[in-house]
Design a protein around this ligand. Sequence first.
Ligand code: C5P
Length: 408
Amino acid sequence: MTSLSGKTVLLVIGGGIAAYKCLELIRLLKQREARVRTIMTRAAEEFVTPLSVASLTGEKVHTALFSLTDEIEMGHIELSRAADLLVVAPATADLMAKMAHGLADDLASTALLATDKPVLIAPAMNVRMWTHAATQRNLETLRRDDIAVIGPNDGEMACGEYGPGRMAEPAEILAAIEAKLRPAARPLAGRKVLITAGPTREAIDPVRYISNHSSGKQGYAIAAAAVALGAETVLVSGPVSLPIPPGVQMIPVESAAQMLAACESELPCDIAIFAAAVADWRVAQVAGEKIKKSEGRIPALAMVENPDILATVAKRRDKRPAIVVGFAAETSDVVNQARAKLASKGCDLIVANDVSTASGVFGGDRNKVHIVSPAGVEIWPDMPKQEVARKLMDLLASRLPPRAKAAE
Ligand code: C5P
């Protein structure tokens, strides 16, 4: 986790329904030990209470421009000067317009005009307001003024419409803040990481399939950790019921063949991590119609081998990622099996784990892994899957050759 200790964020909370997400953003910033000072516009107070904001930040909330004590103690200029970064979330159409035109008629807009510090805005508004020529013109102006913009995302809106206008998620805004305040904490900025996760589903007929118990939790956690280090992150995922981590581009697939095709279309990349539990076999002939159950007749399913996605990518002559990582889910003799797999699959590192039923790894939130590479074997203690993901991404970032950028 990036520490933001010693850094001060001045959060300007605008008046929009997305203001409630600021509470989570403040929590995330405080978790990273940042100091969070806040200004709320008058409209923002209609959506979240200054009391909630003050409780989470542990600081006084600044709400009005002309407060005598504030002017004596610090003044609005000091408020913005003392910050390392100003974040406007949600940045409403009105706030963006004020910023673009240099208006200063309340504390928020005055502080934003009075600052010489970097500013990040997270716009949120109705889709029509966002696409309106006036807002787009203001956005252009703000970008020209060197103001960083995160989001908005596409999605369902509080007003019932669908489209761009949803404020970026708190974790996405946090990542953008970290990128501004701690650029060195993003060693994978400009790099691309490809991850497979979840099970595959191999059809027998239109209603039946062969699959496995993979939850996708470890792969999804790795994708989130890759984003946190600044990587462009593509997650090729079999069917799972997990939310897509913010900032991750997810490509949904079902079969192993689809997973391979999706992976190959995402090359070149710098690091590829194959955490999916790919079915080893598929049914040779998928029935076009549901196979009928008839008394005394059990259908014989002829199987054929699936492509090995990891080995196919690891053994490519062109566009081979600089680091290829495989997983070895074994029920016994974990390290020896992993060593053998390292050689047979042609990968650079194997994350080996024990998935015997007693281990509780499948579907669980914790994992105990061995990191097997030609450099030797590292035994990591039992820890949450998120922690395994963070440690793994840190390790891979440190092993990535400096000039192995994603080739053209
Ligand atoms: O051979 P095994 O299934 O134990 O190998 C596990 C590793 O190989 C995992 O990283 C898994 O994602 C990958 N794999 C694959 N394609 C397959 C089978 C396994 O990418 N068809």
